[in-house]
Design a protein around this ligand. Structure first.
Ligand code: SAM
Length: 272
């Protein structure tokens, strides 16, 4: 996969993308990341990328010309072909007003050959970029950042670790929090001791078995895989109910899950 990042702060990315799985994916040739400096697509001596908003109001707005010219220099397929899925490419505008970036969206992007991430700054980007240049707007959460660079780094990291071969044990990426049930099953994990199946991940422990009087749950040490599977499922259900009850709506619960949930809710006095 090739990822292009359009930004007025190209130096921002030396650091976040130079470590761990993202770095390894680049070294292995699974991913190629290129950062483009928008100021190189300006034509005045001050290399101006922003201007005042029409209609008045606070702050400055990122001008359309450098963004359009930079994107045109990448010679992508037409927007029509990209949006129709005829080209495995997507141009993403990072925006607090965008659709929420989630694990399924990361998986969608990981299946493409090329993604372009457009980083906004100031009060935002001239709306013609969203209307005529980008294929979609993505937000990494309901809060406002000063620029799209951190969001782009987040998206690249989440997408890169889904590229086949990027993570040593590939099945592990399909068993993590938020991973759709169908993917967990495809990973052959539904009946194993792991597999989130759309829930939050279960708790993990490693040595020492007793750390400062805080022991690892006994069930994980006894080697009974059926019990371990049941315990992990129960803890994943508990954590999901506590921290992200909204996720439970998208999960196909087994009879055993439903009983566990009913018991947890009863114990906590949560209304069913
Ligand atoms: N005026 C905009 C608003 O209220 O929605 C906020 C602009 S923000 C200060 C500047 C840039 O940061 C945006 O153009 C976008 O690229 C980026 N940005 C801010 N929050 C973001 C988020 N939650 N997800 C993705 N990008 C974000």
């Amino acid at each position: 996969m090739k990822a292009d990042i359009l930004t007025i702060f190209p130096g921002f990315f030396s650091g976040p993308l130079d470590h761990g799985i993202t770095r390894r994916a680049c070294e292995m040739g699974l991913a190629k990341i290129e950062v483009h400096d928008l100021r190189q697509f300006t034509h005045d001596k001050h290399r101006t990328v922003d201007d005042r908003p029409f209609g008045g109001g606070e702050g400055m707005v990122l001008k359309p010309e450098p963004l359009f010219e930079c994107l045109e220099s990448l010679h992508l397929a037409s927007r029509e072909d990209r949006v129709a899925g005829r080209a495995k490419q997507s141009v993403v505008l990072l925006s607090a007003q965008g659709q929420r970036f989630t694990q399924p969206v990361a998986a969608e992007l990981a299946a493409l050959d090329r993604i372009v991430l457009v980083c906004g700054r100031y009060e935002g980007v001239d709306e013609r970029v969203a209307d005529f240049l980008a294929d979609r707007e993505l937000s990494i959460g309901d809060y406002v950042l000063s620029g799209g660079e951190l969001a782009a780094a987040v998206i690249i990291e989440a997408v890169t670790r889904l590229l086949p071969g990027a993570v040593g044990n590939e099945a592990s990426t399909r068993q993590e929090s938020f991973t759709a049930q169908v993917e967990t099953e495809a990973a052959g994990a539904a009946d194993s001791t792991c597999g989130s199946g759309g829930l939050l991940d279960y708790p993990h422990y490693t040595r020492p078995a007793d750390f400062r009087g805080m022991p690892v749950p006994e069930v994980l040490i006894n080697g009974n895989h059926q019990e371990i599977r049941r315990w992990r499922r129960q803890r994943a259900l508990e954590k999901t109910l506590r921290n992200r009850p909204d996720l439970l709506e998208g999960v196909a619960l087994s009879d055993e899950d439903a009983k566990i949930l009913a018991r947890i809710k009863r114990d906590r006095g949560v209304g069913c």
